[in-house]
Design a protein around this ligand. Structure first.
Ligand code: TRH
Length: 357
């Protein structure tokens, strides 16, 4: 089928990251013809780098402006994260003898209510012949599932087979929002008796840590590395090679789970504390199979990382958290293996849309 995926970049990389991953899977694994309409293609560039665009037709669009030369109407129109399709396109869809399958791809759902909303249709207020289906990515079989490439674990095993298991410092990858409480964590790391290497992704964290590092270059066995922003596949390799991954938002959060390594998550900060609800909903699922002590340790550490407990908790808990990494790693591998048994999002979406077209 022919697909038009519409993406409006709110901020950061996740909108583009998710839409690109979906487009790539539909083209590469399912032979679909995909056009990716994105308002800021420059956001996409660093995520793709030199990876093949697989014949995906990347086009620029602007919300609230008429869409140029979109004919022919695709079989499936994916409106990512409720980005509002151009009026002229919606009118053309309504005029079709057989209107296309219209999907609203939602943000990753963690709360229980997601299962009751997926994939409900809603009639278009002005074009009754058009129905928009709300497709909710999620962690259970009754949701839209998670993006997961068919060859992901084969690539992971091949990559890990090339790495020697020799004794090395604890490698930590770091990707967080500007609001993350860095200083108490940095204090814990400088006091750590064992060697640590932290690969810090570009952003305010990298600036803050580099500044702290310049003022006190010799801080115990802590080695801070200003890591470059790399393409998505290389970022996966960073997650696979580290012993602990600090991730954020939605897509790196899911990629860390596929990595099967311990991770710390900072949801996208939202006013009114909606991110706290997302965090709580995920922790209930994620800690259910952890022993009580490690469950409490991880919960308090994640709460402190997300401003829900005193930041000093990070300094106090870091030695225990580090000591519990072998338990967290086994748990992360079990969590990944359990999740991977579910059908992936791209396949679920394809099967759903085939039935509607
Ligand atoms: O960049 P983000 O904060 O994106 C956010 C979230 O998606 C959030 O849910 C959404 O509401 C908001 O955008 C608008 O975090 P996220 O989701 O992890 O997306 C980051 C993308 O960048 C992801 O695809 C991984 C990728 N990435 C790389 O490809 N290379 C890198 O070096 C790094 C650090 C990230």
């Amino acid at each position: 089928m022919n697909w038009d995926i519409f993406c409006k970049v709110i901020d950061h990389y996740g909108d583009a990251g998710v839409c690109w991953r979906l487009a790539r899977q539909l083209a590469r694994e399912h032979g679909q013809a995909v056009r990716l309409w994105i308002d800021t293609p420059e956001t996409l560039a660093p995520l793709i780098a030199n990876s093949a665009t697989l014949g995906i037709d990347i086009r620029r669009w602007a919300e609230h402006a008429p869409l140029p030369d979109f004919a022919p109407i695709a079989d499936v129109i994916v409106e990512a994260f409720a980005c509002n399709l151009p009026d002229n396109l919606v009118a053309a869809m309504a005029a079709c003898k057989n209107p296309p399958c219209w999907i609203n791809l939602e943000y990753l759902g963690l709360e229980d209510w997601v299962e009751t909303c997926h994939p409900l249709p809603s009639p278009h207020p002005r074009h009754p012949r058009l129905k928009k289906y709300f497709f909710f990515p999620g962690f259970t079989p009754k949701t839209g599932g998670l993006l997961r490439e068919d060859n992901l674990f084969a690539c992971q095993q091949a990559f890990l087979a090339t790495r020697s298991d020799t004794e090395k410092p604890l490698d930590i990858s770091f990707f967080c929002y500007d609001t993350a409480p860095l200083v108490p964590l940095l204090r814990a790391w400088t006091e750590d008796a064992q060697p640590l290497r932290v690969l810090v992704a570009p952003g305010k964290a990298q600036e803050t840590l580099s500044t702290a590092w310049k003022t006190q270059p010799h801080q115990g066995k802590l080695h801070l590395v200003a890591a470059p922003f790399v393409a998505q596949d290389a970022y996966d390799e960073r997650l696979w090679s580290c012993d602990l991954n600090f991730v954020r938002g939605e897509d790196s959060f899911v990629r860390a789970q596929w990595a099967g390594k311990p991770f710390v998550w900072q949801p996208y900060p939202q006013t009114g504390g909606a991110h706290a609800e997302k965090l709580a909903a995920f922790l209930v699922r994620f800690t259910a199979t952890l022993p009580a002590a490690e469950s409490a340790l991880l919960t308090h550490f994640w709460h402190a990382w997300n401003g829900l407990e005193a930041p000093e908790t990070l300094t106090r808990l870091w030695p225990d958290f580090r000591a519990a990494l072998p338990v967290f790693r086994r748990h992360a591998e079990h969590w990944r293996d359990t999740l991977a048994q579910q059908e992936d999002l791209a396949r679920k979406l394809l099967h759903f849309c085939r039935k509607q077209v």
